[in-house]
Write a protein that binds this ligand. Structure first.
Ligand code: PXL
Length: 281
């Protein structure tokens, strides 16, 4: 089969914003994906000087340009082994992501959706009910879904609480999988001194990956997590190994970030530990 001249290496299209400072979204995903041996191709949703967790930031909405940008990729005949989507700012952006899947989700493409909608039991102020409904539709396209507990609740309609049992979290992961995704990881659950990830694979395999809670949570860790999972998926790494690699790497980055006294707004200093990030360890 003629794969096309631009398709001789594994590639992931990352649909997310670019925040110049604060290490989240594409500024976190791109270096992680590259380090793991996969080419990362960003499709920006917005351009921010620094992320929304800072008191002030410049914001440029890229929505009106996304379709023209996509058309150029189509002209180049690009094929992606992975497509991942993260923070989306409007109903129209969710529509565009759906169009992107329709255009580029070929045989052998793995779609990884991080349904960024909220955290700590609260939906982000920018996220309307209509966007939540659209996100539920988008989930049907995912092969892998990586919500946190807040997002898993919103997607399943289960009221959020602080003290879910392991069984309840695993049931939620299974329920999300029944909406489409082959694999679901409910990430970053803070319980009894551990950060836990509740993982379910269609067919009934489930497992929990637990790492010690070593430091306060920081912005951008969800993006590092989904980037490791996406790179692992296109490289054929078993889901459990990818989740473990992501969780342990984030734990180590949190420790180092605290040692360097980095403000929590500034994300995790993964650059310091990049040489440790590998599926071969
Ligand atoms: O990491 C999630 C994220 C992505 N993009 C922007 C954000 C955040 C979290 O605050 O502000 C712009």
């Amino acid at each position: 089969m003629n794969k096309g001249i631009h398709n001789h290496q594994l590639k992931i299209a990352c649909i997310n914003d670019i925040s110049g400072f604060g290490r989240c979204s594409i500024t976190a995903e791109l270096p992680i994906i590259s380090r793991l041996g996969v080419q990362c191709c960003p499709l920006p949703t917005a351009l921010l000087s620094d992320h929304t967790g800072f008191d002030s930031f410049y914001f440029f909405d890229f929505t009106d340009h996304m379709r023209d940008y996509m058309k150029e990729w189509k002209k180049l005949g690009l094929h992606f082994e992975g497509i991942m989507s993260g923070f989306l700012g409007s109903v129209e952006q969710i529509d565009i992501v759906r169009e992107f899947f329709d255009e580029f989700d070929d045989d052998g493409t793995c779609v990884i959706i991080d349904p960024v909608m909220g955290d700590y039991g609260k939906i982000y102020a920018t996220y309307t009910d209509e966007m939540c409904e659209q996100m539920k539709q988008l989930v049907g396209y995912a092969d892998i879904l990586t919500p946190n507990a807040t997002e898993a609740c919103k997607l399943t309609g289960i009221p959020y609480k602080e003290d879910f049992t392991s069984q309840e979290l695993m049931d939620m992961a299974e329920r999300l999988s029944s909406c489409g995704p082959e694999k679901v990881a409910i990430t970053g659950v803070d319980r009894d001194g551990y950060i836990e990830n509740y993982c379910y694979e269609k067919g009934g395999r489930s497992f929990i990956i637990r790492t010690e809670k070593v430091a306060t949570q920081r912005s951008g860790t969800g993006d590092v997590f989904s980037a490791v999972i996406a790179a692992g998926a296109v490289r054929g790494i078993p889901f459990e190994k990818s989740v473990r690699t992501a969780a342990e790497f984030i734990r180590d980055c949190l420790v180092r970030s605290e040692e360097l006294d980095i403000p929590v707004t500034d994300g995790v200093c993964f650059e310091e530990l990049m040489d440790r990030l590998s599926f071969d360890r």
